[in-house]
Ligand binder design. Sequence first.
Ligand code: PDD
Length: 282
Amino acid sequence: MPRFAYVNGRYVAHREGRVHIEDRGYQFADGVYEVVPVFDGKLVDEEPHLDRLDYSLGELKIAQPCARPALRFICRELVRRNCLRRGILYMQVTRGVASRDHKFPATVKSALVVTTKNYGGPTPRMIEEGARVITIPDIRWARCDIKSISLLPNVLGKQQAVERGAFEAWLIDRNGNVTEGTSTNAWIVTSDKRVITRQLGNAILAGVTRASLRKLMADDGYKLEERPFTLAEAKSAAEAFLTSSTSLVLPITQIDDDRIGGGKPGPMTRKLREAMLAYVAK
Ligand code: PDD
């Protein structure tokens, strides 16, 4: 069965989806994106993802490609046409097509591309045994709160992780604090069961999974601290995990060469993963 993509107003066969060579996303990475998880054919946290898309567009002064109800319709229609049950929906908005010139074009229509992908999440083995992360300097720009398609440091970081046999790279800022992963938010749990993650701000992406987990934790009476934490604190934590739309809650059992929690996923992480799984299945 052919897979469809939505490209600037049309549903086309995925392999035939094309954008213009002077799309500013292609030339300047002048665009933003969202990744929305799909469970059981439904978009999870659709509104917060669309809210964050609006935020990213607003910060970069890129025009909305269409009104919210139309965008909602396009996303749902693509999931339906592609018979997607479990996977992700990717949407990308760029400033549009114009003759190459750094400054914003005077009149241009923003470009919208939406695709879907089957993806079952991390392997059962990774969930059971926990993932390994390496750490590298955070060399990204000062507006990591914008979900920009300009992802070179993230791409280079993930590649380094893979080459060193790890799942993810945690990024370390100039003060020795962990900001986040290349495509995930970073969390640790102390021996007295406090859960710690970096506070929102320009240094990290406001993860939608992070926000949902935060709500679930508040409902269940977990103690959450939103503050910077150092690599040393992470390495001596009782537990560590990461969150994202693609991994949900994934235990981390090794940071660089140091084992976390005796090298096994911790009980809090397991509970939070279960809570998240129940949430997305709702
Ligand atoms: N990445 N931090 C960064 C830098 C990210 O790119 C992402 C998401 C997250 C987690 O955000 P959320 O919970 O909303 O997925 C944190 C997506 C999945 C990606 O780039 O593929």
